[in-house]
Design a protein around this ligand. Structure first.
Ligand SMILES: Cc1cc2nc3c(=O)[nH]c(=O)nc-3n(C[C@H](O)[C@H](O)[C@H](O)COP(=O)(O)OP(=O)(O)OC[C@H]3O[C@@H](n4cnc5c(N)ncnc54)[C@H](O)[C@@H]3O)c2cc1C
Length: 412
């Protein structure tokens, strides 16, 4: 139980709002992206700057409250909230500032991916981020960060140059290649465990404004041929291309012939961040096998980075399991197709079994950033886990969760 006088003093001291269980805003303030996460913190402290974060950390220590830190709130497992503790909500700490000469950006701890994308693209630059613009930069940078640019420019975490962080004892420290090197090593991959990052400095790269993106779709009875094409292609394709393969239930209104709607289709998607001529040449082999649909075309980078925002909107109920695999044996592919053809099956509500080419090709050839390997990206860099598959379910009811849970052991 929080001391009432201490809580009142804490409220007065903070520039941001402190929301408790009896406040009208409580339910909105405690919500996170994933609709199946339903935790009830005692307090949500909306921090406006590093000073607010320090005060909130010290208050939590004095009151013996569990702390959860929230930036974009997109942790699918709900790691940015808690029961009975205090959520440090960094959403008021948005904003990114670009230095176009140095090709760097200073980004606040609660910024969203779209904040950084928009600022950087104003100068023809980009930092590798994820596929959805309302995802938090902090979660991506501290845990990895896979996306369209990862094979050419690394994961988000590979592009962190320095951080400012509030430690568990309420001190603010800086970490980078020249200071607190061990902390800097740790935060890039396991960052959610070391303190509250109030700002990041990122390396940027020339990208866009136009890149080439699209997908080809095939009927599911061609799946083994498509898997073979994807495996050969993704092992040799230049780093400019980020290629993914997946199965999905075909939805109406997406250009596929009517007889395929409601049935599984195989998709191979790619983003190519090189010149349009190079992209045309590099993506050509993917367009073989006479696809049902081919959408590869030059597209605006910012439009791409926001095109899944609505589909992946806040409040969706999401459950996913993942595994890293060395290859896609034919019998495993058959099991995935079988799972896709069974219930639950609702067009567009299930993105299906996404078998992604992770950063392996690119990162295997990337010079090691230091003598000591770090985090998950270092494992990918070693090339031992070249591909990942993610059975994903989305919908109401336990049957959705069951389908992902049963899919994972079946494919590993
Ligand atoms: C719709 C959607 C799309 C996604 N797309 C991608 C993608 O394309 N690529 C990809 O790699 N991943 C993707 N993810 C996964 C996502 O990147 C991770 O869940 C990421 O951690 C989310 O970051 P966040 O800041 O929004 O999350 P939060 O839930 O706010 O935080 C995630 C974790 O980081 C901690 N944390 C947050 N901010 C800080 C901080 N400032 N200091 C210290 N710790 C902090 C939290 O406590 C929590 O443990 C996606 C997730 C969703 C829901």
């Amino acid at each position: 139980m929080t001391d009432a006088a201490a809580l009142a003093a804490f409220r007065r001291s903070l520039d941001g709002d402190v929301i408790a269980t009896d406040d009208l805003e409580y339910d909105a303030a405690r919500a996170v992206w994933n609709g199946i996460v339903d935790r009830r913190p005692a307090l949500v402290a909306r921090c406006t700057d590093a000073a607010d974060v320090i005060k909130a950390v010290r208050f939590a220590r004095e009151q013996d409250l569990v702390i959860a830190v929230r930036a974009g709130g997109h942790s699918v497992g709900g790691f940015s909230t808690c029961d009975a503790g205090i959520v440090l909500d960094l959403s008021p700490m948005r904003g990114a500032r670009v230095d176009p000469q140095a090709r760097t950006a200073r980004v606040n701890g609660g910024a969203l991916s779209g904040d950084l994308d928009r600022e950087a693209q104003a100068f023809g630059l980009a930092c590798p981020l994820g596929y959805v613009s309302h995802t938090g930069v902090a979660g991506l940078a501290l845990g990895g960060g896979m996306g369209r640019l990862q094979r050419k420019h690394g994961l988000t975490t590979d592009n962190v140059l320095s951080i400012e962080l509030v430690t568990a004892d309420g001190q603010i420290v800086r970490a980078g290649e020249d200071e607190n090197l061990d902390l800097f090593w740790g935060v890039r991959g396991a960052g959610a465990n070391f303190g509250v990052v109030t700002s990041f400095e990122f390396r940027l790269h020339p990208v866009g404004p136009t890149v080439t993106e699209g997908f080809v779709a095939h009927p599911v009875d061609r799946v083994q041929k498509v898997v073979a094409l994807f495996s050969d292609y993704s092992a040799n394709v230049p780093d400019e291309a980020m290629v993914t393969m997946g199965l999905a239930i075909a939805a109406p209104g997406h250009g596929l012939p009517d007889e395929f709607v409601g049935r599984p289709v195989v998709l191979v998607a790619a983003t190519h961040c090189g010149s349009l001529e190079q992209a045309e040449r590099d993506l050509q082999p993917l367009r073989g096998l006479d696809p049902l649909l081919d959408t590869f075309a030059p597209k605006d980078f910012i439009a791409l980075q926001t095109m899944s925002d609505e589909e992946m909107r806040w409040g969706r109920r999401f459950y996913m399991k993942g595994a890293y695999l060395d290859s896609f044996p034919a019998d495993m592919v058959d099991v995935i197709v079988e799972q896709m053809e069974g219930p639950p099956k609702v067009a567009r509500s299930r993105s299906g079994h996404r078998a992604e080419r992770s950063g392996a090709c690119r990162t295997m050839r990337w010079p090691s950033p230091g003598a000591t390997p770090r985090s998950g990206s270092a494992r990918r860099r070693s090339g031992r886990i070249p591909r990942s598959t993610t059975p994903t379910s989305s919908g109401d009811g336990p049957q959705w969760m069951r389908s992902s849970r049963s899919a994972r052991p079946a494919i590993t």
